[in-house]
Ligand binder design. Structure first.
Ligand code: MP5
Length: 217
């Protein structure tokens, strides 16, 4: 049987995907031995990333074919609620979100989001969205499946390993395959490149949080 487009992308990114899922950030989160300060690095940066992710989806919705505009726009309230989750967890754990500066990897990833949303094809932007969401689904499922004890970070695990998010990614996956089937060979190749680049950014994002990456002063 011929592999579908998303299977082909995952196959080409197999070694990156393995590195994402085996990342010590996820391993230590599952084992409940991630230091709070390391988890906080991720929380602060991802809070900024999700704010920009909302603009990214708005841009995609603006460029989407009619039939895809509503499902894309309907993701926005869930993402706004996600920001409330970040803010609530930050308050509970006394993590300051005000005045946080984007670390280099987060900054670069966000530039990539916006450049792709506006300057590449809609299909390439959609591929980026699928790759980023699929990376989070698989990453947080890995945490959930290996969880050693109740986690202090449980609400994040439930958000991205939960049913509602899994249905959203399944819709993205099926729609991506339809878009790819309707695209020409060179357009499909560009989409596959975007998938790989997004997987690289996802790996670097865990690395950024784990190492506490910062700009030179
Ligand atoms: C997502 C995220 C998932 N929050 N952060 C990164 C670095 N990649 C993917 O996106 P969303 O919009 O929070 O579901």
């Amino acid at each position: 049987m011929v592999a579908s487009f998303h299977e082909e992308c995952l196959e080409r990114a197999a070694s990156l995907w393995r590195a994402i899922l085996a990342h010590p950030f996820l391993e230590e989160t599952a084992a409940c031995r991630i230091p709070d300060a390391v988890f906080a690095n991720w929380l602060k940066q991802d809070y900024l990333f999700v704010q920009e992710g909302i603009r990214f989806i708005c841009a995609l919705a603006a460029r989407a074919p009619h039939a895809l505009r509503r499902p894309l726009a309907s993701a926005i309230p869930a993402l706004e609620a996600e920001l409330d989750l970040f803010a609530g967890m930050a308050r509970e754990k006394q993590i300051e979100l005000e005045g946080v500066r984007m670390a280099p990897t987060c900054h670069a990833y966000v530039q990539f989001l916006h450049a792709t949303a506006w300057q590449a094809s809609f299909e390439e932007g959609f591929t980026l969205l699928y790759a980023a969401e699929k990376a989070y689904l698989d990453s947080w499922r890995r945490v959930r499946d290996n969880l050693a004890a109740p986690s202090p970070w449980q609400p994040f695990i439930e958000r991205w390993a939960g049913e509602e998010f899994s249905r959203w990614v399944a819709w993205l996956e099926a729609t991506l395959d339809e878009l790819a089937a309707a695209a020409g060979a060179s357009a499909r190749e560009r989409m596959a490149e975007i998938f790989l680049l997004t997987a690289r950014y996802e790996l670097r994002f865990w690395e950024m949080a784990y190492r506490g990456e910062a700009w030179p002063e």
